[in-house]
Design a binder for this molecule. Structure first.
Ligand code: 5GP
Ligand code: ZN
Length: 120
């Protein structure tokens, strides 16, 4: 899927500029923008510009890009000023994981104590 976009994908539309977003980091292959419905004072989504459905698909197709994404999450945490206080990195995957947008994205969340990772 490298280099491809999905015409029905809202994150591909954000990459293309067809849907506006508040960008916090951008380079050739990676884009980070604020979540439209933030669940924490800082809530940023970090995505590859190319369309991959999830972490599994991305890491098989382009492990170097997966590494670039991870590096970008840490850069976002630092630029958001939450690298000292702490932050959470997560990627919901599939139905039970609660994935709503099937263009792989890392959530970077912080700015308050986030509690336990999972609820019962
Ligand atoms: P998921 O549930 O797939 O892990 O995360 C999708 C995230 O995308 C959600 O946190 C949701 O608030 C966010 N989101 C959905 N639509 C938009 C949008 O159009 N713009 C932005 N910035 N975020 C969006
Ligand atoms: Zn996409």
């Amino acid at each position: 899927m490298r280099g491809m976009t999905d015409a029905d994908c809202i994150f591909c539309k954000i990459v293309a500029g067809d849907i506006p977003s508040t960008k916090v980091l951008e380079n050739d292959r990676v884009l980070a923008f604020r979540d439209l419905y933030p669940k924490a004072p800082t809530h940023v989504l970090v995505i590859p510009k190319d369309h991959y459905a999830n972490v599994a698909e991305l890491t098989v197709a382009d492990p170097a890009l997966a590494g670039e994404l991870l590096r970008a999450t840490a850069e976002v945490a630092a630029s958001e000023g939450i690298d000292e206080s702490g932050w959470r990195l997560f990627a919901n995957t599939g139905s039970d994981g609660g994935q709503d947008v099937f263009h792989v994205h890392f959530h970077v969340a912080g700015g308050k104590p986030l509690g336990r990772m999972l609820s019962n």
